[in-house]
Write a protein that binds this ligand. Structure first.
Ligand code: SER
Length: 510
């Protein structure tokens, strides 16, 4: 064999002394125009064997979130983030892969991704490229490359701004706490005397007035003071907490939604939106156990926004469940919605191949290289750079306090004033009637208007209850002092008498 020297089908066959073929095994030439140019770059090796045919790669025809995959109009080619990742990965393979993209979908709504990938198992497609979530059901029958994008299901809800309404001043404390303030028992006060009704009023008055450090009652006993000082410290803390929460309610934009994750969504019975064609529908019904009747298919980010804002009774939804990459895009343009809670599944997007496909393994290595050399990030930034949600200026608005923030408080005050005034006038009129009817008819008849007015004014001027109370107290004081004086006198006379008897005794003894 070493003596062979002939030209055959593969070229010149002749061996040199080290038993290698003379001349290269192959020679690649480019024919550009009329000239011949020898290629200098190293060939990539064998072509991926597919019986000489191109790989049929299925690509979804997306109608929403077309940044990920979309068809170039009028052609069979596709573009988008997923397509760029695929072509970049394929270019890193040590062999050529001839392929053609075959669009799948009706162009009116996103196709069912599960149906799409199932076409690999039937042999219709050799692979599927796109935003395909790697989920258990699919991995049972297919092989996926390593994920080239992180994903996971999230709950999106409309957030309402907690308005700094008229009753905002009540909000820092919960209703039961307000109730407690009313009944906080106090033993501190030395001035708690009198009938039970009065005691109760004083207790309430004292408890509440200490909240504002406005109490005027004095404590005399050491124990009383000890309790009071501790109570005042508690009051200080309550006061600071109240101020802090009221400040944050009035000045910081508070976003509120009753749904805080998949768990609270599961408990309710309101409708939930999901993306047409996504695995989310199957996941929500089969894995989470949400009834199918609660699910509404939504086709586009615009439909998401409309459904989330509409009343659930009138075709709206309380939340949308979809994968994070779509929701990130959605939220970059929609500012009225937020993700509630954390992603409740962790998954990724990969390219789907038939079971045991060597291409899936080699493309995984290529995807790793893309990720490590930063190309994956560059492709991501090229297609999916999100502008921060900026159309929302409610935060700036909420910094300003308005009259309406407090009208509830003003209203309460006005009602209290009015009621007090009304009661006062009713009392005065009653007293006036009593005074007038007490006088003789002839007196009344003869009395002039000015006299009546004077009576009324004198009634109004009189510090009736107070003076009566005062006089009572004075009387009590007087009787008490009289009692004391009497006691003193008695004590004095006793002392004097005993002194006298003592003196007498001494005299007698003397
Ligand atoms: N990424 C989804 C899926 O694979 C489609 O929205 O089902």
């Amino acid at each position: 064999m070493l003596q062979s020297d002939f030209v055959g089908l593969t070229g010149h066959v002749k061996f040199n002394p080290d038993k290698s073929l003379i001349g290269p095994a192959y020679d690649i030439i480019n024919i550009i125009g009329t000239g011949v140019r020898q290629t200098v770059s190293k060939p990539r090796g064998w072509v991926f064997p597919n019986n000489g045919k191109q790989l049929r790669i299925g690509v979804p025809i997306r109608v929403s979130y077309r940044e990920f995959v979309s068809q170039v109009p009028g052609t069979n080619t596709s573009k988008g983030f997923c397509i760029d990742v695929f072509t970049a990965a394929v270019s890193l393979l040590p062999y050529a892969v001839p392929y053609q993209f075959i669009p799948y979908g009706n162009g009116h709504e996103n196709p069912s991704y599960t149906e799409l990938v199932n076409l690999i198992t039937t042999g219709y497609f050799d692979a599927v490229v796109g935003d395909i979530a790697i989920v258990t059901n699919r991995t049972k029958v297919l092989d996926f490359t390593l994920p080239y994008a992180a994903s996971g299901l999230v709950v999106v809800v409309p957030f309402k701004k907690l308005s700094t309404g008229a009753w905002a001043f009540l909000r820092p404390f919960s209703a039961p706490l307000w109730g407690w303030f009313g009944f906080w028992e106090h033993r501190t006060n030395d001035e708690f005397r009198g009938p039970p009704k009065k005691q109760l009023i004083t207790i309430l008055w004292f408890s509440l007035s200490t909240l504002f450090f406005a109490h005027k009652e004095t404590t005399v006993s050491t124990l009383g003071r000890l309790v009071l000082i501790l109570w005042l410290f508690v009051v200080l803390i309550i006061n600071s907490s109240y101020t802090a929460s009221l400040t944050s309610i009035l000045t910081v934009q508070k976003l509120y939604s009753p749904i805080n994750g998949i768990e609270s969504l599961k408990k309710g019975d309101e409708p939930i939106g999901y993306q047409v064609g996504s695995f989310a529908e199957h996941y929500l019904t089969e894995e989470i156990g949400i009834s199918k009747s609660r699910l509404r298919a939504l086709g586009s980010p615009e439909e998401y926004a409309m459904a989330l804002q509409r009343d659930p009774e009138k075709g709206g939804v309380v939340a949308v469940v979809d994968e994070l990459p779509y929701i990130e895009l959605f939220l970059s343009s929609q500012c009225k919605f937020r993700i509630a809670g954390q992603p409740f599944t962790k998954s990724g997007w990969g390219f789907a191949f038939p079971r045991d496909s060597p291409l899936a393994v080699d493309l995984s290595t290529a995807i790793l290289s893309l990720s490590e050399n930063g190309d994956l990030q560059r492709i991501h930034d090229k297609w999916l750079t999100k502008s921060a949600c900026s159309s929302d200026n409610t935060e700036i608005e909420s910094d300003r306090l308005e009259l309406k923030s407090f009208w509830g408080l003003y209203l309460l005050f006005a009602i209290a004033c009015f009621a007090a005034l009304l009661i006062y006038f009713v009392q005065i009129v009653r007293k006036y009637r009593k005074t007038v009817s007490g006088e003789s008819i002839s007196d009344v008849q003869g009395s002039s208007h000015s006299r009546r007015l004077r009576t009324l004014l004198s009634l109004m001027d009189e510090k009736h209850d107070q003076s009566r109370g005062d006089s009572k107290r004075r009387k009590l004081d007087r009787s008490l002092s009289a009692y004391d004086e009497e006691n003193d006198l008695r004590r004095d006379s006793n002392r004097r008498q005993s002194h006298i008897s003592l003196e007498r005794g001494t005299n007698v003894s003397n």
